[in-house]
Design a protein around this ligand. Structure first.
Ligand code: CAA
Length: 278
């Protein structure tokens, strides 16, 4: 049966999630998104990121926290390297097809990469707090995915690697900005241009890891963080995250004005709630 083009978009079905190498559970305010292609070390494809973008667009409104993890004993080996072969990954377009002979359309590739990036950008939404739970490797696109999250909780065996330059590429899945924001341009240059591994303890020292815990305590540490995040008023959390996100681009005066505006919004909402109760 033909799909109604006006029907509202819905969360991917389990079958669609499976084909994208993802698992998703939504339990009230908490969504858990698991990268699940253990036979490929949870390597991700264009379909993975398209499904993630769709999840971002269709999550129930009451979801406040998203936990991202990898199935089994690894976060993810990054992009599925088959994406760079002329034949591509089963049923998906190859990223390089047509580039060698000039028959590929540059604008088309630009919009394709923009679509892939949408799988990462929604994780910054102020109404969500996103938590990456990382064990073992987070390579390339997987490091960029962790960088797209608000919190990165690492098992002590975790390691980040920005592998792209070593493959003749650049990191293009929205990770360069948060990396520079966190570690500064000089350290980011060193990490990217050596493509070396940044182990968990160093990641903590650099501010790349919010917390490092023994590997067998990762799930407990993530649950504790989720509980703490849910304790805070949802609207105050959204307003505060938006305020913090704006800070780096503002002067002190602009940020002070933004604080006043946000606070007036909060005070008005609180006063109205109190009046409605009395
Ligand atoms: N793409 C496709 N298949 C992958 C893969 C990847 N990124 N990573 C691992 N696999 C496959 C392997 O080919 C292997 O398949 P077979 O069993 O059929 O041989 C299987 O997964 C197991 O892999 P290993 O035996 O290598 O597992 P390991 O535990 O010894 O090592 C690893 C794990 C360190 C992650 C290693 O597999 C590895 O280095 N993988 C490649 C990482 C990589 O270069 N990723 C791309 C980074 S760049 C990016 O993500 C963004 C971009 O745009 C370029």
């Amino acid at each position: 049966m033909a799909q109604d083009p006006n029907a509202p978009e819905t969360l991917p079905t389990d079958e669609e999630l499976g084909r994208a190498g993802l698992e998703l559970t939504v339990d009230g305010p908490v969504a858990r998104l698991t990268i699940s292609r253990p036979e490929r070390r949870n390597a991700m494809t264009g379909r993975t990121w398209a499904a993630m973008a769709r999840i971002g667009r269709t999550l129930p409104e009451d979801v406040r926290v998203v936990v991202l993890a990898g199935k089994g004993d690894i976060f993810s080996a990054g992009i599925d390297l088959k994406m760079f072969t002329p034949e591509g990954v089963d049923g998906e377009r190859s990223i390089v097809a047509g580039l060698a002979d000039g028959s590929a359309d540059e604008a088309d590739l630009d919009s394709y990469i923009a679509e892939l990036q949408e799988g990462f950008t929604w994780l910054r939404r102020p109404d969500l707090v996103t938590v990456a739970a990382v064990r073992s490797h987070a390579i390339g696109a997987a490091f960029q995915l962790a960088l797209s999250c608000d919190l990165r909780i690492l098992a002590d065996d975790a390691k980040f690697c920005m592998k792209e330059p070593a493959l003749g590429l650049v990191p293009d899945l929205t990770g360069t900005k948060p990396l520079v924001d966190i570690v500064g341009v000089h350290r980011a240059t060193e990490i990217c241009l050596t493509a070396r591994r940044v182990e968990a303890e160093e990641a903590r020292e650099l501010g790349l890891a919010t917390l490092v815990v023994p590997a067998d305590e990762l799930e407990g540490a993530v649950s504790d963080a989720v509980s703490a995040l849910l304790e805070v008023d949802a609207d105050a959390a959204t307003a505060t995250k938006a305020l913090l996100q704006g800070a780096p681009d503002h002067t002190l005066e602009e940020q002070s004005a933004a604080e006043r505006k946000a606070q007036i919004g909060r005070l008005t909402a609180l006063a109205r709630a109190m009046a409605a109760q009395s």
